[in-house]
Design a protein around this ligand. Structure first.
Ligand SMILES: O=C(O)CCC(=O)C(=O)O
Length: 257
């Protein structure tokens, strides 16, 4: 179990983040959670046009399901406000300098959805050196439905990776993994070198989460460049046994034929 959640304006969050590589904040009240759940439903129902919102699907034991949506901030004012105004304040506090949104995604992990292999995020972030991400729980996240698992205080160096860009097995086995269950509306901020992974959703409840990533404004506004690069690399990628969601091969989901 993770310890207490902080208020986002508690100055202690910086110390906790630097010491452990993650910090938990209480961000949304109950009515805001309901609103964010509605917004996420709206994104899931939005038609994906090339160059606009990107949806990714996976095959589950219950049929094809949505696995991820990204690049939705331009088309949704509520989520734009949450990710580019409200949460950017905490991102700036944690980075120690003004932050700007680099990219955003919803990981749906619907019932039967796959998990993510152990990895650090930094290798998946071209163009930037100073960055922080968070998981905003849209639904309660539990060990049964595939909440994040993190390793504390191992965010100071890049660990050895395999050919998918995930942490090699011998190191994974030595690390101390800790489940990070979240209540809907809580936010887990984590360093881009914090090792993390998650299991499949083996429960009968969906586990949706928002994941914005911020970079230091001093490095520039790179969001459009990131999505252009991602689309180019996706177009060149070969089809394999797993769905490609990221610039590293961390997602364990099966492709939909
Ligand atoms: O949503 C999850 O379960 C894990 C997500 C993750 O690690 C990622 O998207 O890099």
């Amino acid at each position: 179990m993770l310890p207490r959640a902080f208020s986002p304006d508690d100055p202690m969050i910086v110390h906790h983040f630097h010491e452990h590589g993650w910090v938990l904040t209480d961000d949304l009240n109950q009515s805001e959670v309901l609103e964010v759940q509605k917004w996420v439903d709206e994104i899931a129902a939005t038609f994906d046009e090339p160059g606009r919102i990107l949806h990714h699907r996976e095959m589950t034991d219950f049929g094809p399901k949505l696995a991820r949506s990204e690049n939705f901030v331009p088309v949704h004012s509520g989520l734009r406000d949450l990710l580019t105004r409200r949460l950017v304040t905490t991102a700036s506090t944690l980075l120690g300098e003004p932050a700007v949104l680099y990219k955003e995604k919803i990981n749906y992990k619907l019932v039967g959805g796959a998990g993510f292999s152990p990895h650090q995020d930094a290798p998946a972030y071209p163009f930037i050196d100073t960055h922080v991400s968070c998981m905003v729980a849209v639904d309660d996240a539990t060990p049964e439905n595939g909440c994040l698992e993190v390793v504390s205080s191992r965010h100071r160096q890049l660990l050895e990776t395999d050919d998918r860009g995930c942490i090699v097995r011998s190191i994974v086995d030595e690390l101390t993994w800790q489940h990070a269950p979240l209540r809907a509306g809580q936010t887990l901020w984590f360093h881009s070198l914090t090792p993390h992974r998650s299991g499949a959703n083996r429960s009968d409840r969906d586990r949706r989460a928002l994941y914005p990533t911020y970079n230091a404004l001093s490095e520039g506004h790179l969001r459009e460049k990131y999505y252009a690069e991602k689309l180019e690399r996706f177009a060149a990628a070969e089809r394999g046994e797993r769905v490609v969601l990221s610039l590293i091969g961390d997602f364990e989901g099966r492709p939909v034929d």
